[in-house]
Design a protein. Structure first.
Length: 309
C-alpha cells in the first residue's frame, strides 16, 4: 500500500455536507480533494444524510463504506426538535452501507438494521477484521434501555459477508461517563482502542488489550499528551500507519463553530508508546475533513479514484 484514502463528511449546515466525500494522499501528510470537493456518494435512504463514515477492505477484495444514518440539516429542528438528547434516544436503528469492488463503482445504498427497540441511535460505526474468528466486527456507540438511555456504551456485531449479522452485544462501558467513537487497531498481536470519553476525562483515551473483545487497560502516556492540548473538544479518532512505521492519529476538533472544525494530526513513533504529538505543520489539507476513516490503498487505486468523474 503506497497511498491513502480518507472517507469523510463536511461541516456544513446544508444537506450536501452530510454525504460521502473522498480525499487522497500519497504520503499520509499532504491531502487532496476528490471530485472537486463535491460528494462522491449521496444518501437517498433513511434520513438522506450520513455522518461518521468508516471504510473496510475485506479479505475477498471488496470494500464497504458504513456510516451513521443521520441528517442534522434535514431533521435537527424538525424531527428532533433541536435537541441532541432526542437524537440519542429516537435516532436511526440502522446504519447506511455501500459496497464496491474497485472504490469507484459503488452499489446502491443499503440500510442495515442492527439495533432493536431497546437501542437509541446507532452512532459512529467502525470495522476491524478478527483473525481469530475469521470475521468482521462492526462496533458503534448507542444509548440503551438497559440503563434508561443514560451513558452511551460501545456495542458490536459480527459478520462474514456484510449481509447477515449476529445479535449485538456490549463491547465496553465506562462506569463514570458515556463513551463514543470507538476505533480499534491490531499491532503485533495487541489491540489498541481509541475512545471518546464524555467525562473523567473529557476527551480521547487510548486503551490496549490482548483480545479484541476482552479487557483493556488505559495507556497513561496518551492521557499525558492529551492533557497538554488544554482543550477537550476532540472526537472521532482514526489512525493509520505511515510508510516509515510511525503512526498517525487524526482527531476531529469541534471547539469552534462552523468550518473551522475538523481533523488535526498527531504523530507517534509507535502506537504502544501512546505518545501522540500534535503535528499540524507537517500536514496540508484542502479543507477541514469531518468524522471519517483513513484506508491504505495501492497506487493503482489512487489513480483510479483521482480521476473520479
Amino acid at each position: 500500500m503506497q497511498a491513502y484514502l480518507f472517507v469523510h463528511f463536511k461541516e456544513k449546515t446544508t444537506p450536501d455536507g452530510e454525504q460521502v466525500y473522498f480525499a487522497l494522499s500519497t504520503d499520509g501528510f499532504n491531502w487532496e480533494q476528490v471530485n472537486g470537493g463535491q460528494p462522491v456518494l449521496w444518501s437517498e435512504k433513511g434520513e438522506k444524510g450520513v455522518r461518521d463514515h468508516t471504510i473496510v477492505r475485506t479479505k475477498e477484495g471488496k470494500f464497504y463504506i458504513i456510516a451513521t444514518d443521520l441528517s442534522l440539516a434535514n431533521c435537527f429542528n424538525t424531527k428532533y426538535k433541536g435537541d441532541w438528547a432526542n437524537i440519542g434516544r429516537e435516532g436511526s436503528k440502522c446504519l447506511s452501507m455501500w459496497e464496491s469492488d474497485d472504490l469507484v463503482n459503488w452499489s446502491e445504498q443499503r440500510l442495515i438494521q442492527l439495533g432493536d427497540e431497546d437501542f437509541g441511535c446507532l452512532w459512529a460505526p467502525d470495522v476491524i477484521y478478527d483473525k481469530k474468528n475469521e470475521d468482521y466486527v462492526i462496533h458503534w456507540s448507542s444509548s440503551h434501555a438497559s440503563n434508561n438511555y443514560g451513558n452511551k456504551a460501545i456495542y458490536y456485531t459480527r459478520t462474514k459477508d456484510f449481509k447477515s449479522f449476529t445479535t449485538p452485544q456490549m463491547l465496553c462501558r465506562k462506569d463514570d461517563s458515556g463513551i463514543i467513537d470507538s476505533a480499534i487497531y491490531e499491532e503485533n498481536g495487541t489491540f489498541y482502542r481509541f475512545l471518546k470519553s464524555e467525562k473523567n476525562p473529557e476527551g480521547i483515551i487510548l486503551q490496549k488489550g490482548k483480545t479484541l473483545t476482552g479487557e483493556y487497560a488505559r495507556i497513561e502516556a496518551f492521557d499525558e499528551e492529551m492533557a497538554k492540548l488544554g482543550h477537550p473538544a476532540y472526537e472521532a479518532p482514526t489512525a493509520f500507519k505511515l510508510s516509515d512505521g510511525r503512526w498517525c492519529l487524526m482527531l476531529d476538533f469541534f471547539g469552534v463553530v462552523g468550518e473551522g472544525q475538523g481533523y488535526v494530526p498527531f504523530i507517534a513513533e509507535d502506537i504502544d508508546s501512546g505518545r501522540f504529538i500534535r503535528s499540524d505543520a507537517s500536514f496540508t489539507f484542502p479543507y477541514r475533513f469531518k468524522h471519517g476513516t483513513v484506508l491504505p490503498i495501492t497506487m493503482d487505486e489512487y489513480h483510479r479514484i483521482k480521476s473520479w468523474k
